[in-house]
Design a protein around this ligand. Structure first.
Ligand SMILES: Nc1ncnc2c1ncn2[C@@H]1O[C@H](COP(=O)(O)OP(=O)(O)OP(=O)(O)O)[C@@H](O)[C@H]1O
Ligand SMILES: [Mg+2]
Length: 270
């Protein structure tokens, strides 16, 4: 396994209130090149898991192993490698890109930080290359984020994450702020990247429909606990938990098979 999350617990304390536990024994794992969907309603702990995965927060107990390395104990060169190989894309493509930086600077920043390309000319070439890969025009690298649409900004954010060659992309609701038509384009882009680059993806969403076309496996989270996890087909066709069924029923799924399965279930219930 590339990433193993083993029974992590996490609380937040805000004095003088007692600490509130938001993650309870959360476990799942991710194989190289696999896409995993982490789904649950607002407040279920998805972003907290993302923070722990990125080593921006440490769980009180349990462990997160990346490539055999305990993420919360990584220091020095190990931590630097982790910071390069595990990248994140955020929900809000308006807030997550510094408006004062050009697209060239935004995408090239990681190359500079990690000293991956020695010269500005080589960096520019890499930026142009990754812009083409994510469906942006390299001529636009001189422009600033404000002159791009939401979908294009999310492509910039994805290019920025991909340019340094990560093995895992953690995406926290990356399409929630986008129009439905644009959502599909960004999801297709992520799927292409997964296949072309052998990238593993943790895709966070509150909506099962969004993860359906991308994720090989799905973890359903409810109030900080994993209530159901398994391969995509199992979750969509044979959801065992009432909560998962409710999540499925809450979203319009334009798929005749799912529609039929749902009608049959309703028939059983009524
Ligand atoms: N820094 C913090 N301090 C205190 N409580 C927090 C903090 N961050 C999150 N929480 C609480 O932890 C719980 C889980 O929050 P989290 O942001 O992980 O949920 P989420 O599933 O990402 O929700 P959403 O879909 O709204 O983004 C919530 O009850 C939230 O109020
Ligand atoms: Mg969140």
């Amino acid at each position: 396994m590339l990433l193993t999350v083993d029974r992590i617990n996490k609380s937040y304390s805000s004095f003088p209130n007692p600490p509130v536990q938001v993650l309870h024994d959360v476990s799942f794992s991710l194989a190289p090149g696999q896409a995993l969907g982490l789904v649950g309603e607002s407040g279920s702990g998805k972003s907290t898991i993302a923070k722990c995965l990125m080593a921006l927060a440490a769980p009180e107990s349990g462990s997160i192993l990346y490539d055999g390395m305990d993420v919360s104990k990584a220091r020095g060169a190990e931590l630097l490698r982790f910071r390069r190989e595990v990248q994140m894309v955020f929900q809000d493509p308006y807030g997550s890109l510094n408006p004062r930086m050009s697209v060239e600077e935004l995408i090239g920043e990681g190359l500079l930080v990690h000293k991956l390309e020695p010269t500005a000319a080589r960096r520019r070439e890499r930026v142009a290359e990754i812009m083409r890969t994510v469906g942006l025009n390299p001529d636009d690298m001189v422009r600033f984020p404000r002159s791009f649409s939401g979908g294009q900004r999310q492509r910039i954010a994805i290019a920025r994450a991909l340019v340094i060659g990560p093995r895992i992309l953690v995406c926290d609701e990356p399409v929630a702020a986008l129009d439905v038509s644009v959502q599909a384009q960004v999801i297709n882009l992520l799927r292409d990247m997964q296949r072309k680059l052998g990238l593993a993806i943790v895709f966070i969403a509150h909506d099962l429909a969004v993860v359906r076309h991308l994720c090989d496996s799905i973890v359903v989270l409810h109030k900080g606990r994993v209530v159901e996890a398994g391969p995509r087909a199992d979750i969509f066709e044979r959801p065992r938990e009432a909560y998962t069924q409710a999540l499925l029923a809450a979203v319009p799924v334009p798929d005749p098979e799912i529609g039929r399965a749902r009608r049959e279930r309703r028939h059983v219930l009524t």
